[in-house]
Design a protein around this ligand. Sequence first.
Ligand code: ZN
Length: 296
Amino acid sequence: MQLSVQVDERRFMSNITRMVSAPFKTITIRDTMSDLPDIRNGAKAEEISYQGDPQSHFQKLIRGRQHQPILRDHICKDMNALVHARMQHIPLAPGSDWRSLPNIEVRLSDGTKSKKLQYTHHDKRNGKASNGNLRGVCSCAEGKQCDPMDRQFNTIVPWCLPHTGNRHNHWAGLYGRLEWDGFFSTTVTNPEPMGKQGRVLHPEQHRVVSVRECARSQGFPDTYRFFGTILDRHRQVGNAVPPPMGRAIGLELKKSLEWKAQKEPKQEEEESVKEEGMEIESKIEESPVKAGSSKC
Ligand SMILES: [Zn+2]
């Protein structure tokens, strides 16, 4: 029975109709990529071994039929020493992002040392921290003009994020990790922890997502080849219409053309009889509906 609700004299019906099949289950990040081997920040090896069997039905399908299974494009952008250190300090807990970064000095992989972020100004909007410390990082926090001298570099907590956080929902999601039990946000053309969509860190490894992980998020089979630099490959993946969606649209178009073809021949027949008398049969065969449906 269809759900309905009565308000005064009017009865409102739900616009949800039954489908012929059950809705699809969500495919999680784990379903998508838990079988891929660990790699490091900046991994470059274009062809490696899977090092194990698929762990989900999705992984089994996405690996495709490969004669000699080779994992390609499981490569990721090489982020600089500071960004790498930040990624190493993002906790593995679900939902973590830059706001979980500790304000500490650390030795970076290039030998230099990062600095602590200094809170130098009063933040008019947020007030003081619970221990009475200041929370602003620029004179604009006090309502004045920005002072270029207030800018800080080489800090684990990126200065520019608290600087403009009040205007940008505290930059939620930047330096964010994907969650094993979550799902992919929109696939980006260039995974960048400080980008508009900054939830691009692997759930457990201290690196941004690989080309192969992004390709899988779009439904590309592992046998599909990408070319060019790593950025070119990310762009090819990010700009693509997801292949399973293209397929679904194609199948629906085919269905609707077939449905139309079933309904329409009668009308055409009548018109054809009037106009051309005996040439009915050949006319029907040439009709665009039929040609279209056989192509799909
Ligand atoms: Zn400022």
